[in-house]
Design a protein around this ligand. Sequence first.
Ligand code: PMV
Length: 366
Amino acid sequence: MIEKDFIPLAYSQEVKEAKIAWKSPSNIALVKYWGKRADQIPANPSISFTLSACATTTTVEFEILKTPLNDFRFDFFFEGIPKEDFKPKINRFFERTMAYLPFLKSYHLKIDSTNSFPHSSGIASSASGMSALALCLVDFERCLNPDITKEHFNKKASFLARLGSGSACRSIEGSLVQWGTHSDTKGSSDLYGIQYKGEVHPIFNKFHDTILLVDKGQKQVSSTVGHGLMHNHPYSEQRFAQAHHNLSSLRTMLASGDLKAFIQLVESEALTLHAMMMTSRPYFVLMKPNTLEIINRIWAFRERSKTHVCFTLDAGANVHVLYPENEKKQVYQFIQDELLTFCENRQHICDRIGFGAEKIARTPHT
Ligand code: PMV
């Protein structure tokens, strides 16, 4: 599919008002997306586990305007309170998506979002937030055009979410989602994420992700700036080629359940992302001393316990600790005994692999 396939030709129904809500999860990349071209096109393909506990629930109330505008109108509330500082990001999202959602000119939107995870926990809410909003918009469009197929619905939601925040396009479905054109994956696209269709060993079915909140402060570098640093980066071409290669290798590991190889690939991806930031101009160190403490403890524990615990990182200091269900007791005990002391106020989130976004309510009044 290409961009213009997401522009609806006409709407068959008239809807005066509606209230639609979706709960959408966050995701954690195994092969990382880092670097983008114009219009949120990724410089390399990526793949992620969809999460479950870290989610945003967004409700959008649509009300038809007496006279259509040439623009869009919306109010934004976070947990019931007007949030002016979130508006520029949402404004940008609507500017980018308006061409694909022509109904926007005819409605006033009231958007209200809540996060399941603590506000300013250092956990980025852009993936869950943008995907929840995109789902509400596509669901409203489905009221205007009930013939839309489930496949098109998911693709369009992912396509729109991408325009809000790249990684958000991997939050529509579960439990593994791939985004970015890749030669080994039929149907893969730079425009939207697709559910991973390769063989997946049962060991990955109930994977855990305990998120350790090492630094709850404001991000030192926004991901937009971070992606930008990959332009003219001395190692960017090698990194993009490596991501393609890692994705191919990961397919084999996911199928065989080879956790040793999986661990090496996932940790290397996380460290490579940080290495890219350390070797860009300007350069940044996104880890904190406690991030490194945690990594070293994980390595030492893995060695002595012979478990298959590993870590991955986002573009920040928090650590995602990944482990399979059958080692849950032992690993969580280790996290409590040795790792929580490196978190701000021992804060952490027990998350696990999830199955994608869920619709909460839909009450169209025609
Ligand atoms: O979606 P963005 O623009 O916030 O970029 C997120 C990039 C990483 O989280 C660091 C990696 C990824 O693939 O999710």
